[in-house]
Design a protein around this ligand. Structure first.
Ligand SMILES: [Zn+2]
Length: 200
């Protein structure tokens, strides 16, 4: 044997997932050639296309950092090769979905969404309660104004009855959702209506 065999080192990145396969990927390379400077580089590699590396014999480690794309978490891919320089060698890096981390991310986002929705519902309930209290206070103020303006006609103030109930109500009472028939207080009392406990 007189001729020296010359091998080359190449890198092949592949992915087990369509989204990840859209690459390209940044690959961090650290290496110690048998002779020469240490290598510490970042190279860009498109998946499915072998990339020839100009490295001499030595030990090299290739890393694609883990990352999250939308709702999918990809695990870190790492491979170390001892390159003898005599034979062609291909380093293979496979970018894979990290199922556990992807599920954890989905759970976390669902929990965040639930918390957000709950806070929104609570804020809505608070706003509604405030609006009701305000309407109630306003109705009471109006009633007092009317009473003050016409003290002799107190019993002529308007209350509300429903089509089927036996109580009379203030205008803001929640019992009036289905029907709301105005009637004077004295008339209501004359007809046997009694004050509703909810609004009186
Ligand atoms: Zn009522």
């Amino acid at each position: 044997m007189t001729s020296v065999e010359q091998g080359k080192l190449s890198l092949l990145v592949s992915a087990d997932d369509e989204v990840a396969a859209n690459g390209p990927f940044s690959v961090d390379v650290t290496g110690t050639p048998d002779d020469g400077e240490k290598i510490n580089a970042t190279i860009t590699v498109s998946p499915g296309e072998p990339l020839d590396l100009n490295y001499g014999p030595g030990s090299y480690t290739f890393v694609i950092a883990g990352r999250t794309v939308e709702e999918t978490v990809y695990a870190q891919a790492e491979s170390t090769v001892e390159f003898d320089g005599a034979h062609d060698q291909t380093v293979s890096l496979v970018v894979q979905v990290d199922d556990e981390a992807t599920k954890a991310l989905a759970d976390q986002r669902a929990a965040e969404e639930a918390t957000r929705a709950q806070a929104e519902a609570e804020a809505q309930a608070r706003a509604q309660a405030e609006a009701e209290a305000q309407a109630r206070a306003q109705a009471e103020a109006e009633r007092q104004r009317a009473e003050a303006a016409a003290p002799s006609q107190t019993n002529e103030r308007t209350v509300y009855i429903t089509r089927t109930g036996e109580k009379y109500h203030e205008s803001w009472c929640s019992s009036l959702r289905k029907s709301k028939i105005p009637i004077s207080l004295s008339e209501a009392e004359a007809q046997g209506y009694e004050p509703c406990k909810n609004c009186h």
